[in-house]
Design a protein around this ligand. Structure first.
Ligand code: CU
Length: 136
């Protein structure tokens, strides 16, 4: 909890100062990272049955939220915070920050169905924070 408070306090400093040094996450801790306004990489390929891990080493809060259209046939909806639909994911984030990944947080999801999964970050979607995950 102390750490959380500290991060919230330093959150107003520039992202350049904080990038990669204050979140406690290193690149080995996740498959897909988040900068101030992008997923990196914004295109990622996984295998069926693979658990993909997102990590937020940036100083901003983000979300990982799937687009419902299109979602491969038979694929389960996924979103940080556990929402079961895109509408719920959007609503929950703005209502009570559910699904928000703070600096240093991770989210993982196991993909059982092959196909293409476009997803976005609720607060930064308008700024182009969208990406695609391909499962094959
Ligand atoms: Cu974001």
């Amino acid at each position: 909890m102390k750490r959380r408070t500290l991060l919230a306090t330093v959150g107003t400093l520039s992202t350049a100062t904080l990038a990669g040094c204050s979140s406690g996450l290193s690149e080995d801790d996740y498959d897909i990272g988040m900068t101030a306004n992008q997923f990196r990489p914004d295109s990622y390929t996984a295998s069926v049955g693979e658990t993909v891990v997102w990590g937020n080493p940036s100083s901003r809060g983000h979300s990982v939220s799937a687009y419902e259209e299109p979602l491969p046939d038979g694929a389960a909806y996924f979103a940080s915070g556990g929402a079961d639909s895109e509408a719920t994911a959007r609503e929950a984030f703005w209502d009570d920050s559910r699904g928000r990944l703070a600096s240093g947080d991770r989210y993982e999801h196991t993909f059982e169905v092959a196909g293409e999964y476009p997803y976005f970050c609720v607060p930064h979607e308008d700024g182009g924070m969208v990406a695609t995950l391909v499962v094959e």
